[in-house]
Ligand binder design. Structure first.
Ligand SMILES: NC(=O)c1ccc[n+]([C@@H]2O[C@H](COP(=O)([O-])OP(=O)(O)OC[C@H]3O[C@@H](n4cnc5c(N)ncnc54)[C@H](OP(=O)(O)O)[C@@H]3O)[C@@H](O)[C@H]2O)c1
Length: 323
């Protein structure tokens, strides 16, 4: 699908999981000038630096793929960083984009914004109707602020600023640092290390029963293009695969791909989090987008990337990625 995003596009956070997928998608196009900045060039928490940069470059489109992102542990350890940095990045880029006359802006929310016990699948009307998972509340509040900022600038200034809420994203460029990682990349690292060390057992937190929805980063990049060219409303738009897998299924699939032959022990004394998180993605489907990458294919690509970028040469040699 070629959805027609053209002109000067600034991808903020181009080195991250989502940003690097957007860069893969937009690079080399004749009709698109891709603009990126590194953190030393423009610290996005610095309002002046962001404003000066946007005034100078005046992109037509801004995609906010920058932020402080992480799993349960990172959210629990650095709640202040999570709320402060995300608030500043969103406020600086949204205000700066409006001042610089940016035509379209895409901001990302997160499924953490939905109430912990929301009925499934989750529709945008459920946002702010109940308490969120307490560990990620500071992150969720910053994400609500980003959504409200976009809607407020749209209402007051008539700008085309949109918020998309993706399911949990994974793919090449993910973080495999166990202190920061989401469940999927943490499982890849754990099974890989257990296999490399010849361990017979991997202990995983919780019961394995919660159901989660995962979205491959390159599928999200395609969806972003569809949203930016075909969606124009203040309400956020969910972007999900529509399929929720149990953590147990996910662990089994990853163990198979990595080639870990030992057993998995579930430590049910540890919390499970929300029983299910699945987004209602009817709206983005009606715009003609659907994900192309099934979980197994996406996991294979992600594990290959992990081996290339995170494993030692010896581990790479030993690894036999089963397809
Ligand atoms: N990952 C998910 O599952 C998921 C799901 C839903 C929504 N989202 C949203 O999607 C967006 C991107 O997430 P991601 O997973 O791609 O994150 P990520 O991999 O951690 O990447 C974050 C990006 O932001 C940049 N960044 C952070 N703070 C910065 C600062 N102060 N100045 C300049 N650059 C800064 C990072 O640059 P450095 O390279 O310098 O660190 C990196 O390029 C976030 O808004 C997130 O909330 C993500």
């Amino acid at each position: 699908m070629r959805a027609g995003l053209s002109g000067t596009v600034y991808v903020a956070g181009h080195t991250g999981l989502v940003g690097s997928a957007l860069v893969r998608r937009l690079t080399g196009r004749r009709d698109t000038e891709l603009v990126t900045t590194t953190r030393p060039e423009v610290d996005l928490t610095d309002a002046r630096a962001v404003d000066q940069f946007l005034q100078r470059r005046r992109p037509e489109t801004v995609i906010i793929a920058a932020g402080r992102v992480g799993g349960i542990q990172a959210n629990a350890m650095q709640p202040a960083d999570f709320i402060y940095e995300n608030l500043m990045i969103e406020a600086n880029l949204i205000h700066g984009a409006w001042r610089a006359g940016v035509e379209r802006l895409l901001n990302f929310g997160s499924s953490c914004m939905y109430p912990k016990h929301a009925p499934q699948p989750m529709t945008p009307e459920l946002l702010m109707t109940g308490p969120v998972e307490p560990t990620s509340e500071p992150y969720a509040v910053a994400k609500w602020a980003g959504l409200t900022l976009c809607a407020a600038y749209r209402r007051q200034h008539g700008v085309r600023f949109i918020t998309a809420i993706p399911a949990t994203v994974y793919g090449p460029g993910d973080s495999f640092d166990l202190e920061r990682a989401h469940v999927l990349s943490a499982l890849i690292r754990k099974f890989h290390e257990a296999k490399t060390r010849g361990e017979r057992e991997v202990v995983l937190w919780g019961s394995g029963r919660p159901r989660r929805e995962f979205l491959y980063a390159d599928d999200l990049a395609e969806a972003c293009e569809v949203v930016l060219s075909r969606y124009d409303a203040g309400e956020p738009i969910n972007i999900g695969s529509g399929i929720a897998h149990t953590i147990e299924e996910l662990a089994r699939t990853i163990a198979g791909i990595v080639g870990f032959l030992g057993r998995v022990r579930w430590d049910a004394s540890q919390p499970d989090g929300a029983p299910e998180k699945r987004l209602a993605s009817k709206c983005i489907r009606s715009l003609g987008w659907r994900p192309r990458t099934d979980l197994r294919t996406g996991l294979l690509q992600t594990y290959r990337w992990f081996l290339e970028h995170e494993a030692t040469p010896m581990e790479r040699e030993q690894a036999c990625v089963s397809s």
